[in-house]
Design a protein around this ligand. Structure first.
Ligand SMILES: [Zn+2]
Length: 263
């Protein structure tokens, strides 16, 4: 395979400290260890702990505060409580890397077939603890990832999801819904079997996904696929649909306004 998506899996310990104290739980596994680390950090300084959680106290001077934060994070990294979190995250990194490699051939083939993209980019993937929610693409080439394995090959599906965000910039609701059809749904069933609907993806995009689904089904039947062409066609179609609803509403209110009142 000549072209290849390369993922460099890494852990940034400063970022891991920040993420462990600031993000929500997605799984109960290791919950006790995470709680122990948070309690330890809170015990060291509740003011600095709150800062890491996004609650900055403006009465503190920025310069002095920055120095304290650096010292705080550095001392947390040295604790035995953090060491445990780090070891669990390292194990999870190996799991992610192994699964990505095991599924690479089918993943690459599927995404290539569905999009027509040249798949030759390199990304740094910053892994966080698997019991806490993470998953984001940051331009130009950074991915943040950590999540419980909610169904088989979950990690592979969502790493491809984040990779595709880099091809669809700027992100819009339409291209995000398309990414979900490509990865969360089509790649998922090609790896795990099964069918859709029901469609998987963000709750906020569910209506849009359903609207796109018939066009997506037609698109899947094409021999040569160009996903940007589908994106453009959908933008036009959905804009037209919105315009016709707007015109219908205008017409209705006009008719109502003009109707003689009943007496
Ligand atoms: Zn997304």
């Amino acid at each position: 395979m000549k072209e290849k998506i390369k993922l460099n899996f890494k852990i940034n310990e400063d970022y891991l400290v920040f993420h462990v104290v600031s993000s929500g739980f997605f799984s109960d596994k290791h919950k006790k260890d995470i709680a122990a680390f948070r309690n330890f950090a809170w015990g060291k300084s509740n003011v600095l702990y709150n800062f890491l959680r996004g609650a900055y106290d403006p009465s503190l001077g920025v310069a002095e505060f920055s120095k304290k934060i650096l010292e705080f994070v550095s001392s947390l990294r040295k604790s035995k409580e953090f060491k445990l979190i780090l070891d669990q995250t390292k194990d999870y990194l190996s799991f992610c890397e192994k699964q990505w490699m095991q599924n690479y051939v089918i993943g690459h083939k599927t995404i290539k077939d569905l999009t027509g993209f040249k798949l030759d980019e390199t990304f740094d993937v910053y892994i966080t603890h698997p019991s806490l929610a993470n998953g984001a693409f940051l331009a130009p080439s950074t991915i943040r990832w950590g999540h419980s394995e909610d169904w088989p090959n979950y990690t592979t599906v969502y790493l491809w999801h984040e990779v595709l965000h880099s091809y669809f910039q700027p992100s819009t609701e339409i291209n995000h819904a398309l990414i979900e059809l490509i990865t969360d749904n089509e790649l998922r069933i090609r790896l795990n079997g099964g069918e859709y609907p029901p469609l998987v993806g963000h709750e906020t995009l569910s209506e849009l996904r359903e609207k796109i689904l018939p066009y997506w089904r037609d698109y899947l039947k094409r021999n040569k696929k160009d996903i940007f062409e589908l994106e453009k066609a959908l933008e036009k179609k959905l804009k037209l649909a919105r315009l016709s609803i707007f015109l219908a509403l205008c017409l209705c209110s006009f008719v109502l306004f003009r109707s003689p009142s009943l007496s």
